[in-house]
Design a protein around this ligand. Sequence first.
Ligand code: MN
Length: 369
Amino acid sequence: MLTIGAFARASRLSPKALRLYDELALLRPARVDPDNGYRYYAPGQLEQARLVAWLRRLGMPLARIREVCTLPPATAAGEIRAYWARVEAETAERRDLAGFLVDHLTTRPRKAPAMTTPLTLRYAAHSDRGRVRPVNQDTAYAGTRLLAVADGFGPDGGRASTAAVETFKALEALGETEVPAGEVLNLLEAAVRDAALAVQDAGTGAEEAGTGGAEGREEAGTTLTALLWTGSHLALVHIGDSRAYLLRDGGLFRITHDHTVVQSMIDEGRLTPEEATSHPQRTLLLNALTGTGHPTPDLHLHDAHPGDRYLLCSDGLPAVVPDAVIRTTLAAAGTPEAAVDALVGAANAAGGPDNVSCVVAEVTPAATA
Ligand code: MN
């Protein structure tokens, strides 16, 4: 038997922690002296004590550690994996929020109106069924405030993508006034929440109409990639595997990160981008707007420069049209209309295996718009 001091040294837990774990029934001493209350531990308890110490270092709450310690190793491993996945999801969410606030605080303060040329958007949207799919479940929209692409999936996919974009169109009601950057985050967060509810309603409606069972309702959902024009900036909200690109000074930059299983495998170095294009699970989403769950969109604030061209597209475009061709097509088109027609045409010329949607917006000085 080990005294509490010896056991503490061997397990790297403090005597104070050991007393707490005893009180919480997390790690009971093997024997307590009935006369003086001294705790004694068996050498065989070291293994569990070390596990407790390591789980504490992971930041796992004590109540959860107590559960994990009662499980057989394989089940315990699964529990730790699940715990850590949630920690990472929460961290990713906070990282995006931090990024947005950094963007917000470091974008140049707007100069007095007389000092700066007001900017405006010229835009066009086009959504096409493609050459293979029986229906178009994509939704594309472009207006003075809002640009959006949504790619529905599952039996109610078309309804889901329409519901999400229709909800976001409420942002058009902001009119022509400049939206303070600090307000944008609240607006977008509320819009995402409302869109998730609308997607849920769209699923429920389908069930009433008898076109989708419980299973279908679970599966239906949509991606959503949207830009909100604040009057001087473009605020991006993104969830799923539709994409946003920026063409600036002749260079094409992808400004969204695919929320897909294969993208996370690429990030971890387990898959090359080339291998990803033919991966059987390349369309499997990690994050989307569905009726269930907690949507976690990426949010960013982008500066607008005169001459910038923004492209939003569903995966039907990049799946068959390489970035180099997207760049030259987007750069060569005379107008946003010509650009969306050429890009949708390029996807269909490459076989059009999926629905394809493109929205193009060009930032121009207001006077020449
Ligand atoms: Mn698609």
